[in-house]
Design a protein around this ligand. Structure first.
Ligand SMILES: NC(=O)c1ccc[n+]([C@@H]2O[C@H](COP(=O)([O-])OP(=O)(O)OC[C@H]3O[C@@H](n4cnc5c(N)ncnc54)[C@H](O)[C@@H]3O)[C@@H](O)[C@H]2O)c1
Length: 265
């Protein structure tokens, strides 16, 4: 034994791509991956991703940002082209970009809401994973981590019908991808967060409710979480980073709930 000085997950020399990296869970994931030594390509619709990349670089990490929409295949092609030119391989693909379009009920969900959520939450995961496959194979040991949700995977939630369906579909897609990609030493796993303090829900909720209603609802939700608090993005990012690392190279086809105990009740 060479000593007990452990360093946790070391991603030095590895290349990662994170979608939805301008905010919330994706931003935290890009930061943690970079802290552990990975070179990170950030992808997001929002130009705020540029600032995140600059902050990572200023802190001593290595990050680059490319703005675009994950439902635009031409943009996905640009991400792959950048990685091919700059690195020639990809060790970790984190399909994290996602949207929530709240509807009063499944009956009142519009066609547009259905199509948007399926396009971003499911189709883009399929498209980008497929496009990145040559780069992932070239890494000779790689990981895909998809951000699913407690909703859909573990339980239903009013107003979240299609959102839950899109996330359950990602879990199903990931299981078969895990089987098909295991021979190439590519793992495929999901994280299924519970309630995380990000804009995803808050922005949507405030379109049709007041801040007071949000706070009242929030207290009730927090009271129902055994841990007693919402997750913060870094708590999801740590699990994603582990699944994206060589330390988890025998873990595949799994969906890890990160819900403070909510779904265990
Ligand atoms: N916040 C929660 O409670 C929660 C719970 C379970 C799962 N999730 C999932 O976590 C993931 C991250 O969500 P978050 O909570 O950090 O939300 P967020 O809104 O803070 O971040 C999502 C990011 O994705 C980007 N994005 C959205 N559509 C895009 C598109 N078409 N192309 C490129 N980028 C796009 C947004 O610009 C944003 O930066 C999502 O997949 C979400 O469904 C969130």
């Amino acid at each position: 034994m060479s000593g007990l000085a452990g360093s946790g997950v070391d991603l030095t020399g590895r290349v990662a791509l994170v979608t939805g990296a301008a905010n919330g869970i994706g931003r935290a994931t890009a930061e943690v991956l970079a802290q552990r030594g990975a070179t990170v390509l950030l992808s997001d619709l929002s130009g705020a991703g540029q600032q995140v990349a600059e902050e990572i670089n200023a802190a001593g990490g290595t990050a680059h940002f490319l703005a675009g929409d994950v439902t635009d295949r031409a943009y996905l092609g640009q991400l792959v082209e950048y990685l091919t030119t700059e690195h020639g391989h990809l060790h970790a693909l984190v399909n994290n970009a996602g949207i929530l379009r709240l509807a009063d009920s499944f009956e009142l969900t519009t066609d547009a809401q259905f199509d948007q959520m399926i396009a971003v939450n499911l189709r883009a995961v399929f498209d980008l994973s497929r496009l990145c496959l040559p780069l992932l194979k070239a890494a000779q040991g790689a990981a895909i981590v998809n951000t699913a949700s407690m909703v859909g995977h573990q339980l239903g939630m009013p107003s979240h019908a299609v959102y839950g369906a899109s996330k359950a579909a990602v879990v199903g897609l990931s299981r078969t991808m895990a089987l098909e990609l295991a021979p190439f030493k590519i793992t495929v796993n999901c994280v299924a967060p519970g309630v995380v303090a990000t804009n995803l829900f808050v922005d949507q909720f405030l379109q049709s409710h007041t801040r007071e209603e949000l706070n009242a609802g929030s207290s009730a939700v927090v009271a129902a979480i055994p841990n007693g608090a919402y997750a913060v993005p870094a708590q999801i990012a740590e699990v994603i980073t582990f699944l994206a690392s060589p330390a988890a190279d025998y873990v595949t086809g799994q969906t890890i709930l990160i819900d403070g105990g909510y779904a265990s009740q």
